[in-house]
Design a protein around this ligand. Structure first.
Ligand code: UGA
Length: 449
């Protein structure tokens, strides 16, 4: 099928690339012409595992096309996926101006009827607004614009794998024809008829994922309810970690045992610096806002958000306790990205940590395998090092802010010899406290003795 993807951020690019790998012809467009030029030149503007190779293959097989002419892209596809950003306003409400802009473009540029699919995370009832907006912008012509909601559950860093091996595909529709179209689009994924860059023809057997057909309102709510529940889980684990510190228990032991109950599950119970990124912090705010507009006070989510905001305070309590005075100290910050395997630094805990360190007069030496170029414009005055050992040289303390594998694998014996003082304050619980103490380190982490 001929498909259009509007918005070439990570969701748009992964969606476009993977649907092209599933045999569709995909026309991608973005308001950012520089981004389209980069893509045309074969450069992938974000770091996302496997995306590079999937795009390269799709280009070679003439299954993906890039254009900065939105009208051309809109006219090319039978189904249009909206993958534009919905950043938070100061009130926490999602800013839907990009969606509105796209609705106008589709209504004005289309020459045939379209199925318009929201992939961006949007508050419930946006589908209805989108439908109304397109009808109004098209001036009530002959063309029909059907709307569907197809929320993505992709995690940055594993988005390609998540797309090809979903646990569920949710399609929220208002008519059977739209459901049938989306089912056709996703059938190669469910039937595993695509070239998998991860397993090279040997995808694990087992369920290929469930396709759920719901109403548009339910689909929109499923996305918010999923992200918010995961955020709740993380904040829950973080409060348990604080309790463990007071009581003298080990949060890793506690959450592991708790999570083995299949009703709870072991994932998303990792304590530390809390959740960052462009999804959870903004989605939780938008969900709280949406709930309040319909008269529901989502106290539980507010508490989860509050716990998360306090994680950096808790981290600085540890830093102050360990280091006493921060002013004039040379501090190595290991990790800038909001989590491992991405170059995304939006709402990354590391940025808050660096801001506070600078505010207290520290000399910051940061390292990250992928995110340095993204952090430089925000903090141009700190020192950046490609090699973590260079960041650690002469440091009075090392702060671990991202759980990259290369940080897990660091040779702390070697690092200890380079550092001015053997002090590690680990925001991600990467190392064994016992091993670090054996190596002569003063070692602090979250919720562990
Ligand atoms: C999240 C969801 O996991 C995806 O399902 C969803 O599609 C996506 O948001 C989205 O709405 O687009 P993502 O933000 O990429 O994906 O990252 P996660 O892996 O969920 O991590 C979010 C944050 O929580 C990170 O800062 C991570 O370090 C933190 N986290 C995660 C913890 O602190 N503890 C955990 O146990 C797990």
């Amino acid at each position: 099928m001929r498909l259009t993807v509007i918005g070439c951020g990570y969701v748009g690019l992964v969606t476009g690339a993977c649907l092209a790998a599933a045999g569709h012809e995909v026309f991608c467009t973005d308001i950012d012409t520089k981004r389209i030029d980069q893509l045309k030149a074969g450069k992938v503007p974000i770091y996302e595992e496997h995306l590079d190779e999937v795009l390269k293959r799709a280009v070679a097989e003439k299954k993906i096309f890039y254009t900065s002419d939105a009208g051309e892209a809109i006219r090319a596809g039978e189904v249009i996926f909206i993958c534009v950003g919905t950043p938070p306003k100061d009130s926490g409400e999602a800013d839907l101006s990009a969606i509105d802009h796209v609705a106008r473009q589709i209504a004005q540029e289309a020459k045939s009827s379209k199925l318009v699919v929201e992939k961006s995370t949007v508050p419930a009832l946006t589908g209805m607004q989108l439908q109304k907006a397109m009808a109004a912008y098209s001036g009530g012509g002959e063309l029909k614009f059907h709307v569907a909601s197809n929320p993505e559950f992709l995690r940055e860093g594993t988005a390609v794998s998540d797309f090809f091996h979903p646990d569920r595909i949710v399609i929220g529709v208002e008519d059977p024809a739209s459901a049938a179209k989306l089912q056709e689009i996703y059938s190669p994924i469910l039937e595993r008829k695509f070239h998998c860059p991860i397993h090279a023809g040997k995808c694990p057997t087992g369920s290929p994922g469930e396709l759920l057909v719901t109403t548009i309102n339910s689909a929109e709510l499923i996305k918010h309810a999923s992200n918010s529940f995961l955020a709740l889980k993380i904040s829950y684990a973080n409060v348990i970690a604080d309790l463990c510190e007071r009581i003298g228990a080990d949060v890793e032991e506690v959450t592991h045992a708790v999570g083995l109950d299949p009703r709870i599950g072991t994932q998303f119970l990792k304590a530390g610096l809390g959740f960052g990124g462009f999804c959870f912090p903004k989605d939780i705010q938008a969900f709280i806002h949406l709930s309040s507009t319909v008269g529901i006070d989502f106290e539980m989510l507010k508490a989860a958000e509050k716990v998360n905001k306090q994680r950096i305070d808790r981290y600085f309590e540890k830093i102050h306790k360990a280091l006493w005075v921060i002013k004039g100290k040379r501090i190595a910050v290991l990790g800038l990205a909001f989590k491992a395997n991405t170059d995304d630094i939006r709402f990354a805990p590391a940025l808050d940590v660096i801001g506070r360190l600078m505010g207290e007069g520290a000399e910051v030496h940061a390292t990250d395998p992928e995110a340095i170029s993204r952090a430089k414009p925000i903090y141009p005055k700190i020192a950046y090092h490609e090699d973590p050992y260079d960041a650690l040289r002469a440091a009075d303390a090392a702060l671990v802010c991202t759980e990259w594998q290369i940080f897990r694998d660091l040779d702390w014996e070697r690092a200890g010899k380079l550092m001015a003082r053997r002090l590690v304050i680990d925001g991600r619980n990467l190392y064994s406290p016992q091993r670090m103490h054996e190596l002569g380190f003063d070692y602090y982490s979250f919720g562990r003795p």
